[in-house]
Design a binder for this molecule. Sequence first.
Ligand code: DAH
Length: 345
Amino acid sequence: MLDQLEKLAARASAELQKIASLEDLEGWRVSYLGRKSRLIEILRSLGDVAVEERRELGSRANQLKNSLESQLSIKKERLEQALHQLLEHNKIDITLPGEPYQPGNLHLTTKTVKEICDIFVSMGFQVVEGPEVEWERYNFEMLNMPAGHPARDGFATLWVDYQTKTGARPMLMRTHTSPTQPRVMEKSSPPIRVVAPGRVYRYEATDATHEWMFSQVEGFAIDKNITMADLKGTLFEFARRLFGQDRKCRFRVDYFPFVEPGCEIAIDCFMCGGKGCRLCKESGWIEILGAGMIHPEVLRGCGIDPDEYSGFAFGMGVERIPILRYGIDDIRLFYSNDLRFLKQF
Ligand code: DAH
């Protein structure tokens, strides 16, 4: 029996070492010190043991009981302490105020695009979008700018590094939204009334007035008997709705290869009322868009008979509008992701 006690002592201590939770510790207590444990059984049956053996066995068994009890209480204290530390460390103070949630807002460009498109939608135009990575064919050729045309120089082009089997590089980042014109014309037949907003790209060094990416809204209408009067009526109405009903509009000849005749539309300066100021560069006028009657060659190239149909087209820069309205002095602010700027609009 003494032998049994020694083995029991060794086993109990070894098992206790491995225990890592209070639940397991309770299990250990039940099996080594519980009422039905071997040690307690031995203590209880000491009376049946021969007198010669009783003293030594009794003293060893009691000693073991005390030792196990003290090991138990040390271990228990340690486990409780560890648990307490863990809780303390992960404590959440639910009375602290939360992090304020910052609701976002639409980007100034997005808002302006929406404002422009809404005006045209109310006049019966449909909103269409074209790809930003475009073929040279749509961006230039179908717009009456064949290879070598001098007007191509005005569009500092970012070419995409894609080569055909014949070694040509016909892919680019669109330099304007005008390629949506042939894209739509090719696929539909008049009457057509479309506005096409989107991002455009230019291979340009950036400064306060130049960005390599900006936005435009293109628009065009094709039907029988569309004339310059429709162009004027539509665009003057647009300009007044965007900049105020008492705006005056100026209409001057300009050149774009894809329209004939081409024109530029300006409004009288809304800052000085036309007297001349810093905003209008002392001229009294602010240019807002380019436009014209769609060139017969462009119509023909898209399968629309220019003897039967005619149309007008226009294109405008989007960022320019809030730049004028709010006196923003650096276009780079639009896309440098500074929330202090973006949150104001
Ligand atoms: N695409 C021209 C540009 O980026 C703007 C433009 C001018 C568009 C006249 C037109 C237009 O549709 O008729 O400079």
